[in-house]
Ligand binder design. Sequence first.
Ligand code: ARG
Length: 481
Amino acid sequence: MTSMDQTKANHDDAAKPLWGGRFSEAPEGRLERFGASLPFDRRLWREDIAGSKAHAAMLGRQGVISDEDVSAIEDGLDVIAGEIEHGEFAFDVDVDEDIHMAIERVLTERIGPAGGRLHTGRSRNDQSSLDAHLAAKEYSTRLCHALIDMESCLLARAESEFGVIMPGYTHMQPAQPVLMSHHLLAYFWMFSRDLVRMRAALTAADTSPLGSAALAGTTYPLDRRSVADALGLTRVSPNSMDAVSDRDYICDLVYACSLVQVHLSRLCEELVLWSSAEFGFVEMDDAHSTGSSIMPQKKNPDFAELVRGKTGRVVGDLMGLLTTLKGLPLTYDKDLQEDKEPMFDAVDTVSDSLFAVSGMVSTMQVKEGRLAEASHEGYMCATDLADYLVGKGMPFRQAHAVVGRVVGDCVREGITLQDLTVDELRSYSDLFSEDVSSALDVETVVSRRTTYGGTGHEAVHEQISEAHARLSADEVSLGGE
Ligand code: ARG
C-alpha cells in the first residue's frame, strides 16, 4: 500500500468510529489495537447487553425514546446476545475499541436510527463502570459460595481426623503436639474471615453508576433508581464524578482475592512439606498429583505448588490496580481501562485455586502412624515437663532450666524424653516421681490444653460446634445471593 493509499484508508476509517464526525484521520491499526479493550472486555457482553436493555426500557418509560425504538433495541440486543453466546458474532478489534462499541455498532447497522438512540443520556464512562459493577457482583457472589465449600471441606476433614495428633511448629521447629483437627480448623477460620471480606466486596459492587453519563450527569430526565432495580443493584451512586472514576469496588474484590490466595498458598506450602518423604504426614491422592517424565518414583504435589506460585500474580493484580489508580485526576482517564484484566485474572485464579485445594484436602491420605511417631520426636512434651515441676512447687523459670538440661542430655544421647526412667529424671530434681508419666504422654499433653481456642480434645470439640454454627449462618445469609 502506498502512503497515499494509506492516507485514504485512514480517511475512510474516520467514518467508522462513533466519534468520526470530528476526525479526518483514525489511528493506524497497531495504535488502534493498543488502545482497544475489546480483546478482554468482550467477556462483559452479558452485563453490557443487560445494562443497555435496562437503559433503553427506562428511556422509553421516561418518554425520551418511543416504545417502537425500545422494542427494536431490545429485540436487536437479544439477537446479538444469541450470536455471541453461540460464537457467531464477529468481533473485530480493528473496527471496535471495546464491547460497548461493538454491540452498539452492529445493533445500529441492523436496526437503523433506533440503534442510534440507545446511547442517549449515557457515556461509555458510566456504561463500562456499570458492566464492571455487575461483573464484580457476580464474581464476588460466586467466590463467596466457593469459600463456603472450602470451609465445609476443612471442617469435614477436621471431624474425620479428630483424635489424630501431630507436631505443632513454631519457627518450623517442633514445638508442642496438637490435634490435626485443630491445625485444619486454623484454615477454616482464615477462610471464614475471607468470606467476610468477599461479602464486603459484594456490597461495594452492588451500586449502579449508570446515569452519571460522561462525568456530570445529563439533561435527560433519567430514572436512575429504576435502572438499578431492573439490574438488581441495591444502590445508585450519589456523585457522577466519583461514579465514573471509582474503581474501589474492583480493588475490594481483588484485595479479598489476594488474601484468599495467600491463605491457600500457606496451606499449600504445608501440603508440599507434609507430603515430602522427610515428613510423610500425608499422601496426596493420585488424581491430585503428577509424576516425573524421568524419575519413575516421583509423585509431585504440582497443584499445591502451582497455587502457591500463582499467589504472585494475584498479589500483582492488586498492586497493578492500586498503582494504576494512584495519582489519577478526576474523572474518567483512559488509564482506567486497565482495571478489568487484573480483576478477571484474580477472580479466575482464585476460583481455580479454591477448586484445586479443596480437592487436595478432601482426598489426601493422612498417615496416622507416621504422625504418632513424629509427635514423640522433637521433645515437644518439654513444656509439660516443666509445668509438672511447677505443679510440685518449683518456680517456672527454674523448672525451664531443669528441663532444658534434661533435653540437652537427651539430645546428646539421641534418646526421647519418654525413654527416661523416673530415677534418671530424679537425678535432675527430686520433685520428679511416678506420676511424671502423664506429663510425658502425648495424648494427655494435648488434652490438657483446655483453654477456649486451645488444642485440647474438649476445646476442639467445642470449636467444631462453633465452626458448624458459623458455616450454617454463612450459608443462610448467602442463600439469597
Ligand atoms: N474502553 C473503555 C474502558 O474500558 C470504555 C470507556 C471509554 N471512555 C472514553 N471516554 N474513552 O475504559
